[in-house]
Design a protein around this ligand. Structure first.
Ligand SMILES: [Zn+2]
Length: 593
């Protein structure tokens, strides 16, 4: 894996094995040193319950129930009893259902249930619950799993479910055969589905899934529905033992060392990272001019991201593109080199004191002032009027239901309100636009009228790049050339800036500048260090510690759904991560600290 070249004192790290093998090796190493319940090799008493599947695969149903599931022993007995009743059958028909209640809260519960209804066979029923990452399709798949685990070998099985999602997953994987590990790891609830397909293969089952509509007054379906609802209240949950697959195990990611994140880890991690970024933005001093808009959700981050990455060049990377994207990023982060920033960076080149806007002389020349300047307002009005017109044309061309209402809608959104006198108000969505942030006001129109997601983004990019190039030309570039003229009168040149550090390295620092309000801050602010202030997000009694973003996403652990959905309606401060396990057998299995 690595090679040490001691002669030249250079360490070269070369990946000599496929990524997947490395991942496996890393996992093996991890379980050797790990002390968590995911550890397969430690010899704690609990491991009698959690022993990895014996190296020789047993073909016994009881063995599957014992080793593939983690739950209270009584539940295993119940399943074994059901299996015993069905052991002589060769055709079974199950109605299965799932039920998730209080989703979106930390008290969400998930249940599933099934009833076996094949005529002249024992009527066996089951209700159960599960925990972690609740979703209706997870509950449905647990229903299917528990039905299959009690079915005898070489059995033909019909399953009636109302989950179209499960049928799609099942059929796709059935048809395409073995999914690559990479694909598998991206599938939601892959532990459950891996076990389902293991059972089908191991027991030579012939399984067909049928869709039954949710409220069809089918008595069997209604029964399954009731069983699932009752299942949600079963205190002892059942989860899949990931160690059952120890032979084919890949490096799983675990959440808080409790349970495997059996879904697309990148997507999942995004929900941890996004709130972190959001917190840091709310607390970022440079962004204080738009703090209120961030809090009020006036900025459409998805489209803003789309815009920041937008590339209209013919090549995927080029110096020109980096320059374009760099400039967008500086503008939207309020770190574009306006005079105040230049003054800080080159204190010996610029005059001391607060330098007013070159255009209006009424305010300090900084990022905040761009767009608010009186001299910009006429340009902004023209740009907005033109944009409203272009937007109308664009939507009309690409939608069937564009009509007089569209014109009215566009006219009424506050972005296109040009009735302001004098300067643009800071609260006007146009202010966001000037700073390369996409106002939600604007994307609302695209979301309403353009249904197709791909088309929506491409139309938006086209419209927005035209709009932004006129903003750049009339606001930013015009401003920059005026500043340049002013600089040349002070003989501040590009070359002087380029060699500034070299020339002024050994000299003493310039005299203190009483005029600059910023001067108390050290001139070399640490833009590189990621510093997060400790009062994230504007909430009454808000989060007062550095782990607030973890709290936000703790809910992610308990239910699916985007973090912003739950940002405002869950009290995270006193969240009890283990509430759901409090009275269950799993509490003993997991190392709850
Ligand atoms: Zn001005």
């Amino acid at each position: 894996m690595s090679r040490y070249n001691t002669n030249n004192f250079i360490i070269k790290i070369v990946a000599t094995k496929p990524f997947h093998t490395l991942r496996h090796i890393a996992y093996e190493h991890f379980i050797k040193i790990d002390k968590s319940p995911l550890n397969t090799s430690s010899q704690r008493p609990l491991d009698t319950i959690l022993t990895p599947y014996p190296s020789l695969l047993s073909n016994n149903i009881d063995n599957h129930i014992d080793h593939a599931l983690i739950c209270h022993p009584d539940l295993k007995e119940e399943l074994k009893f059901g299996a015993k009743q069905l052991e002589l059958e060769n055709l079974l028909t199950f109605y299965t259902d799932g039920s998730v209640q209080h989703i979106g809260t930390t008290h969400s519960i998930s249940g599933y249930g099934w009833t076996q209804v094949q005529p002249f066979t024992p009527r066996v029923k089951f209700s159960g619950s599960t925990v972690f990452f609740p979703s209706s399709s997870k509950s449905e798949s647990m229903g299917i799993l528990t039905a299959l685990i009690v079915s005898p070998f070489n059995c033909k099985i019909n399953i009636y479910t109302d989950s179209a999602n499960c049928i799609t997953i099942f059929n796709t994987r059935m048809l395409s055969g073995i999914a690559s590990p990479r694909q598998k790891l991206k599938q939601s609830n892959f532990l459950i589905w891996d076990l389902i397909f293991f059972l089908i293969e191991e027991k030579q089952l012939l399984v067909s899934l049928y869709k039954v509509s949710g409220h069809s007054n089918n008595p069997y379906n209604d029964e399954a529905d009731l069983l699932a609802k009752a299942g949600a209240h079963v205190i002892e949950p059942i989860i899949v033992n990931h160690k059952f697959f120890v032979k084919q195990s890949l490096g799983f990611i675990s959440w808080n060392r409790l349970h495997v994140v059996d879904r697309n880890v990148r997507k999942w991690a995004d929900n941890v990272i996004q709130p972190l970024i959001f917190n840091s933005m709310v607390n970022n001093k440079a962004l204080s001019p738009i703090k209120q808009q961030i809090i009020d959700g006036d900025i459409d981050w998805t489209f803003t991201k789309e815009w920041l990455n937008f590339n209209d060049q013919d090549v995927p990377c080029s110096a020109k593109l980096s320059k374009q994207q760099g400039s967008r990023i500086k503008k939207c982060n309020f770190i574009y080199p306006t005079i105040d920033i230049q003054q800080r960076n080159y204190p010996r080149l610029y005059p001391i004191g607060s330098i007013p806007c070159i255009e209006c002389a009424n305010a300090r020349d900084d990022n905040t002032h761009v767009g608010l300047c009186k001299e910009h307002s006429i340009h902004i009005k023209n740009i907005l009027i033109r944009a409203a017109h272009d937007l109308h044309d664009l939507i009309m061309k690409n939608t069937k239901d564009g009509n007089s209402i569209l014109e009215e809608t566009i006219k009424n959104i506050s972005l296109f309100n040009t009735s302001f006198v004098d300067a643009l108000p800071q609260s006007h969505p146009g202010y966001l636009l000037i700073h390369h942030l996409v106002p939600s006001d604007l994307t609302k129109i695209f979301n309403i009228y353009i249904n197709d997601k791909k088309l929506r983004f491409s139309l938006f990019s086209k419209f927005f790049s035209t709009l932004m190039s006129s903003i750049d030309a009339l606001i930013w570039t015009r401003r920059a050339s005026l500043v340049k003229q002013w600089e040349s009168t002070l003989s501040i040149t590009k070359n002087k800036k380029r060699f500034y550090r070299k020339r002024h390295k050994k000299r003493t620092p310039p005299p203190p500048d009483p005029g600059a309000p910023d001067h108390n801050l050290s001139p070399s602010r640490h833009y590189n260090s990621r510093h997060f202030a400790t009062t994230p997000y504007y909430r009454d009694g808000g989060f007062n510690d550095n782990f607030a973003h973890i709290r936000w996403t703790t809910s992610n652990y308990l239910h699916s759904g985007h973090w912003t959905t739950y940002r405002d309606n869950i009290g995270f401060n006193n969240i009890d991560l283990f509430l759901i396990l409090q009275n269950s057998f799993l509490k003993n299995v997991f190392d709850i600290r």
